[in-house]
Write a protein that binds this ligand. Structure first.
Ligand SMILES: [Zn+2]
Length: 329
């Protein structure tokens, strides 16, 4: 089965009121874990790669891994998404690789660090929408700024989305999905004190606009994973994330795509540290990458249940980029 445009996966999720996780990958074991979880729970799924991941995997390797994922799992709707694209150039390269969805993050300038202004965001997003829709590829944009920095992306400071500006942004750009900033942030240290999400802003945005909404920086940073990392020699004091209860609330209020990167990193690290600590004689990479893959599978399968994605893999027949192309025309 060819890869599915993300728009369909999110539109279907919105129709039925569940969330779809978008899980970040860099290597084979991560992709296998995500697909095993999707298979186990019968969930549609979004796999995403950042610019850093594309560079790390030398582009072509990742392309063939995702083709393998689609080939091995013909009954699972699967979309391959570029996370935090920073320019039309990056987007063109990703579409040439076969991505069926791209994010253009015009909330930041091309360096991925400096906050931009509204006019810049509209101009770069609009140019990506025009290009990507010509290929049937879905476009996600962002308005407002997320906190935290991950993979070199982020300005570090939070700027909560203005609902009226969000509405204007959707009208001005014609994009398919919108990432909003309501207090989540990238990385493993999201909150200094109490968890504080601007769910009222989410409600206002949802009332004004009619496309799927996206939550970035939505890892839960589960205590048991942090404890495992620390128990086996890691050092991550005070790491915190967004509790699943808040994410469930956000899904109920209209979020359709939930980005998860940090939790996957934690699962892999915890599992590998455990093997190293308990079996220092082991030196075959399969002896620790295997358990890492199993731990990640378990983590993601649980998220698919919690987000409500489980059981929806065969609800609809996945469309192709060709069909999406005709739709945009
Ligand atoms: Zn992000």
């Amino acid at each position: 089965m060819p890869l599915t445009p993300m728009k369909q996966i999110l539109d279907e999720a919105r129709k039925k009121g569940y969330g779809v996780g978008a899980y970040n990958v860099n290597n084979m074991e991560q992709i296998q874990a995500i697909m095993a979880a999707a298979q186990k729970t019968q969930s549609p799924v979004i796999i995403q790669a950042s610019r850093g991941a594309l560079k790390y995997s030398n582009f072509t390797y990742l392309k063939h891994l995702m083709i393998a994922a689609a080939e091995e799992n013909p009954t699972i709707p699967l979309s391959m998404h570029l996370d935090h694209g920073n320019s039309l150039d990056t987007v063109k390269k990703s579409i040439a690789l076969g991505f069926t969805s791209v994010m253009i993050d015009g909330s930041l300038k091309e360096d991925g660090k400096t906050a931009s202004d509204y006019a810049y965001n509209v101009a770069v997003t609009r140019s990506v929408v025009e290009y990507a829709h010509g290929y049937g590829v879905t476009v996600e944009g962002e308005i407002g700024t997320l906190g935290g920095i991950e993979d070199g992306v982020g300005s570090g400071s939070i700027h909560i989305t203005d609902p009226k500006e969000a509405k204007k942004f959707v009208d001005d750009t014609g994009l398919d999905a919108l990432a909003i900033a309501i207090g989540t942030s990238h990385g493993a240290y999201k909150f200094k004190g109490a968890v504080n999400l601007a769910l009222d802003v989410l409600k206002e945005v949802r009332a004004l606009i009619d496309i799927p909404l996206v939550l970035h920086g939505a890892s839960s940073v589960p205590k048991e994973l942090i404890d495992a990392v620390n128990k086996y020699g890691g050092k991550m004091p005070g790491a915190t994330g967004v509790p699943m209860s808040s994410l469930k609330e956000a899904i109920k209020l209209g979020v359709s795509k939930i980005n998860v990167d940090t939790d996957g990193r934690l699962a892999v690290t915890a599992a590998i540290r455990k093997v190293f600590a308990e079996s220092p004689e082991k030196f075959d990479p399969r002896d620790y990458l295997g358990p890492a893959r199993d731990t990640l599978t378990e983590l993601i399968a649980k998220k698919m249940e919690d987000f409500g994605t489980a059981g929806h893999a065969s609800d609809y027949k996945p469309t192709t980029l060709e069909e999406a192309k005709r739709f945009y025309k």
